[in-house]
Ligand binder design. Structure first.
Ligand code: SAH
Length: 201
């Protein structure tokens, strides 16, 4: 998977490649889909939600330019796979999932593989995780029609945020949001993507 789907498409960050090799993706998909876990596409994880395609997980993680010291917030835990990958290349991950059933199973899975630097909570991630802010990086894994203002507030100066922007039934743009040391915010479209819609708020 890593050699052809990830490295082959230009991901060069060694820490991200190592994380993609290390995290056992087959443990994050439903049992009956395990034989397809390492294939080049997203898979259903129940409740109409999906685990992202491996390449997109690697791509979004690389965009954050992590060095191992960061505190990260993720909106949309889903299976917990993106959080698991991010946790290998950052210090701590705080992730929120709107479906308590998914939050519970992701937390259980992450405990079973002993990834201790990930904190899962159920709730509406639109509001971030205020008591843990600011975050050096933020990953939104559901498509929104705007960037949630609480997430911009909770992004540290010098921080990076990635979010798919656009309607639920169309192709969205993955946007990289950066906040400079003076608190100025810039947005840059990166690639077209397709994510499940942001719910709640
Ligand atoms: N990062 C996930 C992929 C998740 S798909 C993984 O690696 O498996 C997007 C997830 O976002 C879904 O599980 C969906 O239930 C969740 N979601 C949608 N809107 C949300 C919101 N407002 N707050 C928290 N989670 C939300």
């Amino acid at each position: 998977m890593v050699k052809y789907q990830i490295e082959g498409r230009g991901i060069r960050d060694r820490a991200v490649l190592d994380a993609m090799n290390e995290v056992p993706r087959h443990l994050f998909v439903p049992n009956k889909l395990r034989h397809r876990a390492y294939n080049d596409y997203p898979l259903p994880i129940g409740l109409g939600q999906t685990i992202s395609q491996p390449y997109i997980v690697a791509f979004m993680t690389e965009l954050l330019q992590l060095n191992g010291k960061e505190k990260i917030f993720e909106l949309g835990t889903g299976s917990g796979y993106q959080a698991a990958v991010a946790s290998r290349v950052a210090k701590e991950v705080f992730t929120v999932e709107i479906y308590s059933e998914l939050a519970r199973s992701a937390a259980k899975r992450l405990k079973a593989i002993d990834y201790k630097n990930i904190h899962v909570r159920d709730g509406d991630g639109y509001y971030g995780w205020e008591s843990e802010a600011p975050f050096d990086a933020i990953i939104v894994t559901a498509a929104a029609d705007h960037i949630p203002p609480p997430l911009i507030e909770q992004l540290a100066p010098g921080g990076r945020l990635v979010i798919p922007l656009g309607g639920p039934f169309s192709v969205q743009q993955l946007i990289l949001v950066t906040k400079d040391s003076k608190g100025r915010v810039m947005e840059k479209p990166i690639i077209p993507v397709r994510f499940v819609p942001l719910l709640g708020h």
